[in-house]
Design a protein around this ligand. Sequence first.
Ligand SMILES: Nc1ncnc2c1ncn2[C@@H]1O[C@H](COP(=O)(O)OP(=O)(O)OP(=O)(O)O)[C@@H](O)[C@H]1O
Ligand SMILES: [Mg+2]
Length: 358
Amino acid sequence: MGGIFREDGATVFSIDYVPEKTPHREEEIEELGGYLVTTFERGDFRPPILIGPSGTGKTLVVIKSLERLRNNPMYGPHIITNIVNTMITNSTYAVIKNIVSLLSPVPERGLSISDLLKRLESELVATGRKYVVCLDDADDIIRRDKGRIVYLLTRINEAIGEGLIYPIFVVRDYKTILALPDYIKSKVGGLMMKFNPYTRDQLKDIIAERIEKGLEPEAITSNAIETAAIISERIYGGNAREMINLIYRSAIYAEKIEAPYIDAEIVRETFYYTFYNNIVEPLGYPHREVMKILTMTVDRDRYIVTDKDVEEIHSRVMNQGLTYIHVRKILTDLAEKHGYLLLEDDFKHVFIPRRIFQ
Ligand SMILES: Nc1ncnc2c1ncn2[C@@H]1O[C@H](COP(=O)(O)OP(=O)(O)OP(=O)(O)O)[C@@H](O)[C@H]1O
Ligand SMILES: [Mg+2]
């Protein structure tokens, strides 16, 4: 076994791993941290809202901003931070209880929400510390209780007249915020941060640290990385988690088949067998024939279909009465109708392994 992962290299691909570097999210980390510090001083804090699709780095930005805040010699000692995953801690009561229990033990039963909130207030007033709490993945909880959790958390500061609790809300869907009643909506959004899906080039920058720390040198080719980045951009909507996962699974697969390194073909196989085989439709003649030849013509570690490849494919089907124009038309169909190829400026062979034709 071996040759692909470094010793303990798999850990950097786990969902708990917090990367050292955060390419393309440095500004957001600074912005969120900066907003907190500024409003600590000015006293005009309104909960920031982070919005964006899955895998765009929202949770990571919160983790990093809060980490820097805790390490800040001026603010760190006076701050408590907490990131609550509201998909798991998924009721208003459970969230409030989670928040309070970081300050003092909460009995299993017997306390109402308002008891808990009173306790939170008195604990915060007593210690004089600022409590920054992020409600992560908050779409469901906000929708379900019609913003009550937002209301309750913003009201505490109003009630005691000083900034003690600093909520941050993370959602995937802007509509979650739009649907809030006006009197709640007006209390939030001091900072609105929109997260866009990552592009393939950004995904390559993001994966670099995991590859460097997790894999042996030369364990993956640049075309394999490019292939995974294209798939993650086009099929997974620019989701960094999927990019990390695809590289991780490719590495496991490469070790299993004792490949010397991960090439583009291994990424195609991993992708196809973990995901795409449920989606792709069977092909009839001549599309199947052309696709099969293409998978053999484009070398294992390539993904761009060159003009030379198209000529080569054509030369192999000429005897079946297919013209060059035919072949190009079939390739276009394979991309546009069947999802076997990707058509950009050129045809890209990133989805389908040759093994399915063998
Ligand atoms: N810019 C980045 N640099 C390094 N790693 C990143 C970056 N962005 C995201 N990641 C990694 O990608 C994974 C997904 O990121 P994150 O959990 O922050 O996404 P999210 O926007 O919170 O997604 P979701 O809405 O599904 O919770 C994490 O493992 C994270 O460490
Ligand atoms: Mg998240």
